[in-house]
Design a protein around this ligand. Sequence first.
Ligand code: MN
Length: 313
Amino acid sequence: MSGPVSTIDAPAERTSGHSELPCLEISQDREASVGRIQVRRALPRKGRRAVGAWCFADHMGPASVTEGAGLDIGPHPHVGLQTVTWLLDGQVLHRDSLGSEQVIKPGELNLMTAGNGVTHSEEATGAYRGELHGVQLWVAQPGGTRHGDAAFTHHATLPQCDLDLAVGTVLIGEFAGAASPARHDTALVAVDLALRPGESVLPLRADFEYAAVVVQGAIAIDGRPVVPGRLAYLGLGRQELVLQAAEPTRALLLGGEPFEEPIVMWWNFVGRSREELEAAFTDWDTSSERFGRVASRLPRIPTPPPYWMRGSA
Ligand code: MN
């Protein structure tokens, strides 16, 4: 998770517009590998670079890991974004340049804020062997915080809400009367939905745009199937959303106020201009103090220059 984003994955282009009206766009994720694990990348994609401030979504595994071989993502930097890590199964050890060392398990949330710069690694725990299954999401930080300090928070418990045939766990923001304690810099929501077979009606905010990602099982929205490996973009203007589950299903609902600042993304960086991303690349490439150090046995991840810098030397 939080893997290096290749040129193809995240062209340095402006984020696309949102749909002011309810809609249903179902798009196919792209396969990618991050560390040792195959992922399905739902965001960013052509024509849909962000949903609210959510600008990256990887669905990872399930895959087998051991005590000594896990995700194995060595130290790498981030700028201008928050990483949200959420597991359905397994364990991951997070280390960062703030000195954090935190094992995350299912039901817990790791939230790392990069601000002007942070480095982290995602590793085997030294104890857990079994399946690893989860998601990692990125949130673009707004102008008011993106140059600020880095931070890391682990939330061991999160609020839940009961809908008729669903239990929602609120990772970020507020949903159905339950509010997460996790920090958010823009109006945002993320909910893990455990759906029993049948119809569930979710309360939504008309001023948010939303998307759904299924991580296990299957749902139908307006009669159209949404399965793992698909992103269902729902637009703005919905007061509620009706989901049909034919089997026990886990899905993530992501939403937020449309993020109006035009972002550019390269590798693990979110900024507003190529010049900012070039500076971040150079600072990482030259081991600048900006990104600090992580106490990890894994090797630091190098990156090639942004494609627009290549060939100019
Ligand atoms: Mn990362």
